[in-house]
Write a protein that binds this ligand. Structure first.
Ligand SMILES: C[S@@+](CC[C@H](N)C(=O)[O-])C[C@H]1O[C@@H](n2cnc3c(N)ncnc32)[C@H](O)[C@@H]1O
Length: 255
């Protein structure tokens, strides 16, 4: 299975020895790094007191980015306990523990005290077979009129992929949808569309710029993942040749 790396927080500690702070994209487990989170923030239309839910929060990079950029409280939930431990440790190091919290949980069993006014999910639904049910569970935790932002991998045409990919080591836990089917699944869960945009050209430019000088020197995301470099290289190649696409969506939860 994927996401079974252990003691990620200790790996991060080891990688960061001798560094003042974590590099910007070490903890961003999606294409586009922190820049991609910045693309999602305006559509969240955060108002005073709004709290944000991050579903499948990984190492916590997106949650911390939102908190740093906006000053709003963010709660992340993730199925992988080692990822939650790493997210908490990085949050403490960043001095954000008052603003950002993480729970080891599945959206299906998550039971927050109060609903949220906004939510994000980045590169998670590819692991989810029943997408309408999954997005309905997200909707259940949001107030009427709350905003949802997604940053998603889609497969426009069914072709064999070279495994491993970042979200799946062998394809057995991968459930890719076409952009049209994913969009319909999100709407069927009670969300009205504000934008549904193909960001593949943006992602291709980001990959070209980020890797123009070769693989990054210093600590980087692939170092935290089993077979990390192969996963990232396969993904970058599939995005560059158009086998996979990146779609950004902003939605409003129906009243
Ligand atoms: C590719 S990573 C993306 C992490 C994070 N969203 C980011 O962009 O940095 C996918 C994450 O989704 C989590 N995940 C997968 N299915 C989940 C579910 N049903 N509920 C909560 N988390 C889930 C995994 O444990 C993993 O951390």
């Amino acid at each position: 299975m994927t996401y079974e790396e252990t003691a990620v927080d200790q790996t991060i500690d080891r990688l960061l020895t001798g560094h003042d702070r974590a590099p910007d994209d070490l903890d961003q487990f999606h294409v586009g790094g922190a820049d991609a989170v910045d693309l999602l923030i305006p559509g969240l239309a955060l108002a005073d007191g709004d709290r944000v839910l991050d579903v499948g929060s990984g190492f916590g990079g997106p949650a911390r980015r939102i908190a740093t950029r906006t000053g709003h409280h963010v709660v992340g939930i993730d199925l992988a306990s080692a990822y939650v431990d790493a997210a908490r440790a990085l949050t403490a190091k960043a001095g954000l523990s008052d603003l950002v919290h993480f729970h080891h949980d599945d959206i299906a069993s998550f039971d927050p005290d109060e609903p949220f006014q906004a939510a994000i999910t980045m590169h998670v639904q590819m692991n989810v077979a029943d997408k309408p049910a999954w997005f309905r569970r997200i909707a259940d935790h949001l107030t009427p009129g709350a905003r949802l932002a997604v940053w998603e991998v889609c497969q426009p045409h069914r072709v064999d992929l070279p495994w491993p990919m970042p979200w799946s080591l062998d394809g057995t836990d991968s459930f890719l949808a076409t952009p049209g089917d994913l969009h319909a699944d999100i709407e069927s869960a009670g969300f009205a569309t504000a934008t549904w945009t193909n960001e593949t050209p943006w992602a291709q430019d980001w990959i070209a710029e980020t890797f123009a000088g070769g693989p990054p020197t210093g600590p980087s995301l692939p170092m935290l993942l089993d077979d990390g470099y192969t996963r990232v290289i396969n993904f970058a190649a599939a995005l560059t040749d158009g086998t996979l696409e990146i779609w950004r969506g902003h939605f409003t939860r129906a009243a």
